[in-house]
Design a protein around this ligand. Sequence first.
Ligand code: FRU
Length: 520
Amino acid sequence: MKKIELVFIVIVLVLGCKNAPKANTYSSTVKKNKTISTEKYRPQHHFTPKTNWMNDPNGLVYYNGNYHLFYQYYPDSTVWGPMHWGHAKSKDLLQWEHRSIALYPDSLGYIFSGSAVIDKQNSAGFGKNTMVAVYTYHDPVAEKAGNDQYQSQGIAYSLDEGETWVKYQNNPVVKNPGIKDFRDPKVFWNKEKAVWQMVLVAKDHVQIYESKNLKVWNKISEFRFEENRELGVWECPDLFKLKVNNEDEEKWVLIVSHGGESAPNGGSGTRYFVGDYDGTTFTTDQKESHWLDYGTDNYAGVTYNDTPTNKRIFIGWMSNWNYATVTPTKSWRSAMTLPRELQLMKSGDNYLVKSKLIDGFENMLSTPNQEHITGTYPHQFKYEYLQSSSISFDATIEREMQVNLFNEKGDELMIGYRKDDGMFYLDRGRAGVLDFSEKYKESSYQTMEIGHRNSMNIHVVLDASSIEVFINEGEYVMTAQIFTNEPLTSFLFDQKKGGAIKNFSLKHIKRKEDAYKKAK
Ligand code: FRU
């Protein structure tokens, strides 16, 4: 071997070792291919807990280059239990780094959902730029003793960007006023009034509070909305301002999630109101509330505080309380939705909140190698990227159509649009495993009324056990879990009643850097 070759080999070896992951850098979920999890059903591009149970996103706040995602977490089991706040962070909202558990239950109770803010002016006295979490204490002892006042609000602060936390010694900061369901505080800085404000839910309405220092809170108003239907307990509110697309007008949007059976396709779901907020009271002249997502699996979602671009970024929990605890995953349960930018548009006399996939998602996409596609693209073809079922496709639909996605195991998922009754539908009734839950089975056929349209754009993201459908850049959205036996690889477009599919484009979601790094 020549000397120069030897030098070259040594350099390669040294560099290789330097870049190689240290033994404990990657979680056990990431085995052979370090950039992808091989676990059945685990989405590659959606946030999932490394192990065990997760529900609502909590404490969504951007600070110093990182989007923080805290979440309802039970580290000891794959079903709901004493709640903690898990923690992850991300530079782009798509690749997440797992961090250590942020908040543990204490003598005041479990740590239920809530929010986080950056106290830039040190109003609370914990220090400048402290991260402050505002959450619900759920006291299981009081609950068991039949005392209805078992939920109150507490705060904790972190001086190291969410890594370690100190609970405030005079918790709770908002005591229970005698209402059983009293929870999920979302705090934000009201710029106009230069004061902290908090929306929280109290059984069947929203309450708004105000504070100068995050420690002493005064109630300033309530919001109720009477409807002739039972909507189930109110949960996870959020209140924020949005500019109406292409207009000078600004409106306020109030989001509320509902447990029970009220969502359009059964179980729990999230609705919104568009109205005005004078800094004290929220009002709307809307006759009915609208749903943010018509699929079964987008719940308890809220938006980020302090995003650098002032965009309103939303993340929801991609499950449904009707069956969340029994879905057929093994070592972990549930995922978050892809992050979405909420926008407001006018549609006739109505305001519509759009849920648009964040712009950065485009960077994750690449055109698949044509060799992996067989058949008559785009009408009936097979995409043989079997290691990964993470794909995204876009198309213009004219009049009617149905897309069947299937595989050789006989799993089949259908989405389609009927112009006659203006209905978009998703049918997961033959999409793999169903019998883990009657409620899941009952919600196999899901619909959303989108009106009579000659043409529309449809964007679909499939990632292992999830499908997200965005119509016209998120004017209407459907998010659902699916548990197919194998990835769906074949496409059949059924152009009903003279319908047509145009501009079809299939994209592969790139395997980026490993998102499952271990917390230090
Ligand atoms: C919503 C919710 C919240 C509560 C949390 C408990 O899914 O019920 O209202 O704070 O989950 O985990």
